[in-house]
Design a protein around this ligand. Sequence first.
Ligand SMILES: Nc1ncnc2c1ncn2[C@@H]1O[C@H](COP(=O)(O)OP(=O)(O)O)[C@@H](O)[C@H]1O
Ligand SMILES: [Mg+2]
Length: 254
Amino acid sequence: MPPVLAKLSIEHLCVAFNDEMPAIGDVSLQVADGEFVAIVGPSGCGKSTLLKVVAGLQAARSGTVKVARAAPSDPEPKIGFMFQRDTLLPWATVTSNISVGCELSGLPKEKHAERIASLISLVRLQGYENHYPAALSGGMRQRVSLARLLAFEPDIYLMDEPFGALDYQTKIVMGRELLRIWEASRRSIVFVTHDIEEAVALADRVIVMGARPGRIVASHDVVFERPRDPRSLRGDPRFGALVQTIWSELAIAD
Ligand SMILES: Nc1ncnc2c1ncn2[C@@H]1O[C@H](COP(=O)(O)OP(=O)(O)O)[C@@H](O)[C@H]1O
Ligand SMILES: [Mg+2]
């Protein structure tokens, strides 16, 4: 087997906001190229902080974080971030919002229109090109956010409860859409959620975190074959068993 390249490598990370208990104690985590890792854990255990450190938005007290560049000639790795609340520009249309991702990616201007059209069709927003975010549902706004993120072509996707504000049904649909898109491109994803079923349905591996200090308490490989249909997976007894196991780990960790 060829060696598995680590896209993200976190070694002995410690993050502290004050002199008291660190928000993140000694955390080490490797994410392989093309791997989909989900992180679950109780509120306040440091999930968002972990992603922020990887994105360079938060400093660490100690430890190292490395994201591998796609090509040695790239000046730095491209890190994509998606939040629970959309960060779309309210005064810009769907097309203009997605074009921000194209700009950041360095795509030549003359190729933007074609790229945006293909992304709009990928996230199934045809007909909404000239709509403003206020005229879209929550699910549709997250589709635009996803298209903008894809336009940026990140080396790694950091997603912090991206579907957490959506209703149950929309969340399931968005999970299925994300898998469809990810299965075609296989970029590394670190996906934070408080929804254990969502984590198991989507990821190759589920990391369970505990709090005070934030730390990894368990890691589970999810063996369901791909492509997956998150809806039908939920009826599989192995699915229920893994969800139960993670529940009990969270109960202990809390
Ligand atoms: N900017 C900050 N300043 C001080 N404390 C913070 C800051 N950001 C997060 N924290 C604290 O760090 C801990 C982890 O927060 P966070 O990463 O947001 O948790 P999670 O995303 O798992 O809910 C919490 O105790 C939170 O109060
Ligand atoms: Mg959070």
